[in-house]
Write a protein that binds this ligand. Structure first.
Ligand code: ADP
Ligand code: MG
Length: 720
């Protein structure tokens, strides 16, 4: 094993940067090159077909068969002219990641490549291996994928990829995109209704998303020499390097050239695929980076994020690197998140979270702003549940990550605005050179919005013209948190609208009716607002006093999906049926169990087969040395002490690994999935992982570096 480590380090030393080739000095020359985008469609489709397709994209209308056939012919020629041989329906199953089943254009029966509209619109993947939480087995054995025209088709390698949703024959979504569509529809409908209280011209509202993706990059050979990284995506052992994050300034002066070339290469490929990325350094952990594409509509942004994660791994391969998307690959080093920057934008081009100088728009802004906070307050547990993943359990509440307590940060200016509005129904003027916010209500003149007010410790923060949901984990598919967020806000907007309308009917002036509801919302949701340090222990205490939940583990957190409140919310908007919620719950719990199971096995195997034999061998050397010293009459107490410490840690490891194995056997017999998941969390993960790790990490410091079998943190993290 130590052989593997040193071999990997030797390979590392011989690595050279592989220069990225920019196809043209101007990015616009090749941006979207591999996308069948609007421009391509306009160029290749007849005006009437193009018109139908673009209407379908904008308004979500159905595409008829003749139109689909025409698109299929056009996209086929486009793809083949660019070297494509296959096409695939690209979808996002509940296991996470993306899936595809490739068919060739050439079917062997004729001399020409074929692709029919029906093949574009619908396919039946052999989906029996995708989880459905029992939906399919109970009802109908098959599922199908259906074209999503709102996300452009793209060429990936030699394959034309068609973004699709994956549904069962009885109509239940078997993926993450289906429910997202329903939530996006709900927010469109609800937000448009509310907008029309202010501006009758607004016909649609669409939610936007910009995800900041964090990740680590490690050398491939070092990665391969760490079975825990390969199997579990995170290191289960490893002592923090002496040179840790405290030296970040020094380290970040220059990006190691291998990684620089990789990131460049990745950017080029992403641009060709129409992903508007901008990579940059994350000022946090060594070897950690961030990519932040420009925001797009939620559905497209999320498809781009999923594609980007896959692409990054492919490009990394060319540079002998591996990308780690796990939320917490290294203990003692910051974890990775995927900040979801979210806003609502009208078809007239107004960002509903951006204060402006127009009085009318500012009451509209305040309405959306306050209603969002109220929604988070009402459904904080559901929002927490929506970001629960096995990996995020390791990240939330750790240093440099938001806690598992949901709260909203809005900054001191907006806090003042809300306080004034709540207490007096008006907003005070503040002078300065920043942006002005005017409100068109009597006594509510203008305020300044401080765009620079930042609090990086909040899980959900207002950042001037958008909300930033920071609790989302780096490996996650944003569809789930985006479904939850858009849905709860849609629901709250509906409630607000009904109340305002009822009040108007009773004769209240419209603006006053709105302000009255907002004032009440501000009061009712006060508890969820927190402006202080979310990383501090005092916040944990204060949050408890406020009655806010702090749910540390995924099996507990996702229970919120099953509350009557959540179930009726889903039903009200047709996002999930009860059956689907239970099915999804089952899949998530099974997945959680599997992940903890794998980690437990890796911990057991590495500890027993790699660490203990190494420690014993080293101990034997020390015993020899101690005996030699004794024979010479020299004091050997220091050596004896080390031998004793090694013995102690070996004993702790052996005892705990064997107990952990027995516990696993016991827990595996529990038939109730939820109970099994909870016991995996409490009786296996919480009880044994850290104890075993602690002794292994101590041994790392005791055993001769030359003998240590696992690639060390300093080697993994400080890539040259
Ligand atoms: P930060 O200071 O948090 O790094 P940036 O200005 O770099 O913020 O933006 C982070 C992300 O937010 C980017 O992906 C960006 O496209 C996105 N973003 C900016 N404005 C909006 C908006 N109105 N709606 C959604 N996302 C947005
Ligand atoms: Mg951010």
């Amino acid at each position: 094993m130590a052989y593997l480590r040193f071999k990997a380090l030797e390979i590392l030393n011989s690595r050279k940067p592989i220069p990225a080739q920019l196809p043209s000095n101007s990015v616009s020359d090749f941006f979207n090159e591999n996308v069948f985008d609007m421009e391509q469609m306009r160029a290749t489709l007849s005006p009437s077909v193009f018109n139908k397709v673009s209407q379908a994209i904008i308004k979500g209308e159905k595409i008829d068969e003749t139109t689909a056939d025409a698109v299929a012919i056009a996209v086929k020629s486009w793809a083949i002219s660019k070297g494509a041989t296959h096409f695939t329906h690209w979808f996002q199953p509940l296991t996470g990641g993306t899936a595809e089943k490739h068919d060739s254009f050439f079917d062997g029966t004729t001399k020409i490549e074929k692709f029919k509209g029906s093949e574009l619109v619908q396919q039946e993947p052999d989906a029996s291996s995708f989880p459905s939480g029992g939906i399919r087995s109970t009802f109908e054995a098959r599922g199908y994928t259906a074209w999503d025209p709102s996300s452009p088709m793209f060429l990936y390698g030699k394959t034309l990829c068609i973004p699709t949703i994956f549904v069962s024959y009885t109509g239940e979504p078997l993926d993450t995109k289906g429910p997202l569509f329903k939530a996006l529809k709900a927010i469109d409908v609800a937000a448009t209704k509310v907008c029309q209280l202010f501006d009758r011209d607004i016909q649609h509202v669409s939610a936007s998303l910009g995800c900041e993706q964090e990740f680590f990059v490690v050398d491939k050979a070092l990665y391969m020499a760490r079975p825990d990284l390969v199997m579990a995506g995170r290191t289960v052992f490893g002592h923090s390097p002496a040179r840790g994050q405290q030296l970040e300034d020094h380290y970040f002066g220059s990006i190691p050239s291998r990684i620089y070339e990789f990131l460049r290469d990745f950017e080029i490929e992403a641009w060709k695929l129409g992903i508007p990325v901008r990579t940059r350094h994350n000022e946090v952990a060594p070897s950690q980076f961030e990519v932040a594409p420009a925001f797009e509509s939620v559905n497209v942004a999320n498809d781009h994020n999923q594609l980007m994660m896959d692409l990054m791994q492919r490009v990394a391969e060319r540079h002998d690197l591996r990308v780690l998307f796990h939320e917490k690959p290294f203990e003692g080093v910051n974890g990775s998140g995927k900040h979801n920057n979210w806003s609502l934008i009208t078809d007239t081009g107004v960002n509903l979270f951006a204060p402006t100088s127009s009085a009318r728009d500012n009451l509209m802004f305040l309405t959306f702003f306050v209603t969002t906070i109220k929604a988070v307050h009402e459904h904080a547990d559901l929002l927490r549940a929506s970001i629960a993943t096995p990996g995020n359990d390791y990240r939330l509440g750790g240093a440099e990550a938001p806690p598992a307590i949901m709260s909203v940060f809005i900054g001191s200016q907006m806090t003042n605005v809300l306080n004034e509005l709540e207490s007096k129904g008006n907003v005070r003027i503040q002078k300065g050179d920043n942006m002005y916010m005017k409100l068109g209500i009597d006594h509510i003149p203008e305020i300044i919005l401080d765009n620079t007010d930042r609090n990086r410790t909040s899980p959900f923060a207002f950042t001037g013209n958008k909300f930033e949901f920071r609790a989302v984990g780096s490996s996650d598919n944003c569809a789930t948190p985006m479904t939850a967020l858009n849905l709860i806000v849609a629901d709250q907007l509906e409630a607000l609208h009904s109340e305002v309308m009822a009040s108007i009917e009773k004769g209240t002036e419209k603006r006053l009716a709105i302000v009255n509801v907002l004032r009440r919302y501000i009061k009712e949701s006060r508890n969820i607002r927190f402006e202080g340090d979310g990383y501090s222990a005092t916040w944990v205490k204060e949050a408890r006093e406020r009655g806010l939940s702090n749910i540390a583990t995924m099996p507990e957190a996702i229970q919120a999906y099953l509350s009557e409140k959540s179930l009726s919310l889903f039903e009200r908007h047709g996002v999930y049926t009860r059956k689907e919620v239970y099915a999804r719950q089952e899949i998530k719990l099974e997945n959680y169990i599997k992940r903890v199971q794998i980690e437990a096995r890796v911990i057991g195997d590495l500890a027993m087969n790699h660490i203990i034999p190494t420690a014993i061998a080293y101990q034997s050397k020390l015993i020899e040395n101690a005996n030699g010293l004794k024979g010479l009459g020299i004091d050997n107490s220091a050596v004896i002490n080390t031998i004793e410490q090694i013995s102690k840690h070996i004993a702790i490891i052996k005892k705990n690994v064997s107990e952990m194995i027995n516990e696993r056997k016991r827990v595996n017999k529990i038939t109730d999935t939820r109970q099994r998941a909870i016991e995996y969390s409490e009786c296996i993960k919480a009880r044994y992982f850290d104890v075993i790790r602690d002794s292994v990490d101590k041994l790392e410091l005791l055993v001769d570096n030359e003998d240590w079998p696992l690639v060390k943190y300093r080697e993994l993290l400080f890539l040259r």
